[in-house]
Design a binder for this molecule. Structure first.
Ligand SMILES: *[C@@H]1O[C@H](CO)[C@@H](O)[C@H](O)[C@H]1NC(C)=O
Ligand SMILES: *[C@@H]1O[C@H](CO)[C@@H](O)[C@H](O)[C@H]1NC(C)=O
Ligand SMILES: *[C@@H]1O[C@H](CO)[C@@H](O)[C@H](O)[C@H]1NC(C)=O
Length: 449
């Protein structure tokens, strides 16, 4: 009975996401003649989903104190105490097999980059000297599930004993799975089949039984608007950017360069208008940008892929003080992360774009690193962004940029194949730390009740 409950809840967790995405995906099916661009158009949001199910059942009370037992050498013990992760190895149909699949489907060409360099994609050539020496790749936003998995394989505190683990990672490529079905135009039965298969497989495992899945988590690129408070088990994590450093020194070198970079443009925008979305302010912002000699526009109208040139995008952000981040198809934008990595202070128009989403990775006080201009005001024509930005004092602006530059390590995913970062925590480290904290809290709550 208990297991049936767990399965139903888990089913909802997996296929519910898919259902949420279906409406959007259906809207884009009209664009079938432009198939290869679909995935650029899907509104995406990377989240960590914790399978901390809410129904009540008594877990087999695994306890944090167990962690001090049976570990070989004392130094990793201290270092890893309370940080052990158990990776639930899955049959390859739930992850690896989804990637070789792409080689014989031409529409997947772009996504075949997943299999290169642990998901980072090919190295970026640095012909325009926009990037620093090492650590730059042509990274697709879809590859986060693969990058996270590769990173986890080299996590220093893995354990093969699930009873010692603080959390259980499930390397399911949920977003890739969903997308390949959307692409093929599959019906719901087919679309959800792998996810439901996973639920059956996972819930029959002893690792699941220990806590009814409450300590399990996976990463997933969703087609969803945003994670509100109503979804306590999903937390947004940063999109991958092009920067994947291997060492602290690489990050510090880049931070210093962005601190000192000449920024001739007060503000800039890279994106396309959304003429079909009546409430979009992008058209208005692009007009404002065209009308200002302090603004630089990278107009992606007609072909969004023009804006997927890492050189162009990063050179633009690296030479701008502020980067406009109006919502596109979804509230969040990968571009916001590319901008911050380039030391550009983001200008948001809705709190959903960042403040309400990235609670683990961005400072709680949004004013410290960004500017918020109310979307409504722009829509009414009551505000010119340039005037808002010109009113800010030099010190204030420098403070925001300094904060953005300080945040860079936590906004990038380090190189999973060669990670020698010691002092700095990257986006992966921060996410894992917070997952573990949550699971610990949940365990304490369960023990009390
Ligand atoms: C496509 O790839 C799969 C797995 O790699 C393989 O089994 C299959 O034969 C390939 N199909 C074609 C048409 O090449
Ligand atoms: C969904 O598609 C599969 C394969 O094309 C087919 O066998 C099945 O009958 C379809 N199911 C529904 C409910 O349409
Ligand atoms: C948020 O940060 C701004 C700028 O640093 C500061 O002026 C303000 O007092 C802070 N607000 C809170 C609630 O801490």
């Amino acid at each position: 009975m208990e297991r049936a409950n767990a399965k139903n809840a888990a089913r909802a967790a997996v296929s519910g996401e898919a259902a949420a995405a279906a409406a959007t995906a259906a809207a884009f099916s009209l664009l079938s003649h432009r198939r290869p661009l679909w995935y650029l158009l899907l509104p995406l949001l990377a989240v960590i989903t914790l399978w901390l199910l809410l129904f009540s059942s008594r877990p087999a009370s695994p306890s944090v104190t167990l962690l001090t037992a049976s570990v070989a050498s004392p130094s990793p013990l201290r270092r890893c105490s309370g940080r052990y992760i158990y990776v639930q190895e899955l049959p390859p149909r739930f992850n690896r097999d989804m990637i070789p699949d792409c080689w014989n489907l031409s529409i997947w060409t772009d996504l075949c980059q997943f299999s290169i360099n642990g998901g980072l994609g090919p190295f970026l050539s640095n012909s325009a000297a926009v990037f620093s020496g090492a650590g730059w790749h042509v990274t697709d936003q879809f590859s986060l599930e693969v990058i996270f998995h590769s990173r986890m394989k080299n996590y220093p505190c893995l354990t093969s004993d699930s009873s010692l683990a603080s959390a259980v990672y499930v390397p399911f490529y949920a977003g890739i799975d969903f997308t390949r079905h959307i692409w093929a135009g599959d019906n719901i039965t087919v679309r959800d089949s792998t996810a439901l298969d996973l639920v059956d497989w996972l819930t029959s495992r002893p690792e699941w039984a220990a806590m009814g899945g409450r300590d399990h988590f996976f990463i997933c690129l969703l087609a969803k608007m945003y994670m509100g408070m109503s979804e306590p088990n999903d937390v947004s994590v940063p999109y991958p950017t092009y920067f994947h450093p291997s060492e602290d020194g690489e990050v510090m070198e880049w931070q210093e360069r962005m601190r000192l970079a000449a920024r001739p443009w007060l503000f800039s925008f890279a994106g396309a208008p959304r003429p079909n979305m009546a409430d979009s302010i992008r058209g208005e912002l692009m007009e404002q940008c065209r009308g200002s000699r302090r603004c630089k526009l990278l107009d992606c109208g007609g072909d969004e892929r023009r804006c997927y040139s890492p050189e162009k995008v990063m050179a633009l952000f690296g030479s701008s003080v502020f980067c406009l981040q109006p919502k596109g198809d979804s509230y969040t934008r990968r571009s916001a992360f590319d901008a911050m990595v380039a030391g550009c202070v983001p200008v948001f128009f809705l709190p959903e774009t960042a403040y309400w989403q990235y609670r683990w990775h961005l400072p709680e006080n949004g004013s410290r690193y960004s500017v918020l201009v109310a979307e409504e005001e722009v829509k009414k024509g009551a505000v010119r962004v340039e005037e808002v930005l010109m009113r800010l004092g030099e010190e204030e602006v420098r403070g925001m940029r300094e904060e953005v530059v300080r945040m860079i390590p936590g906004l990038v995913y380090g190189n999973p194949m060669n990670n020698k970062m010691e002092k700095m925590k990257d986006a992966f480290d921060l996410a894992v730390e917070r997952v573990i904290k949550r699971v610990q809290r949940r365990k304490r709550e369960l023990r009390r009740s």
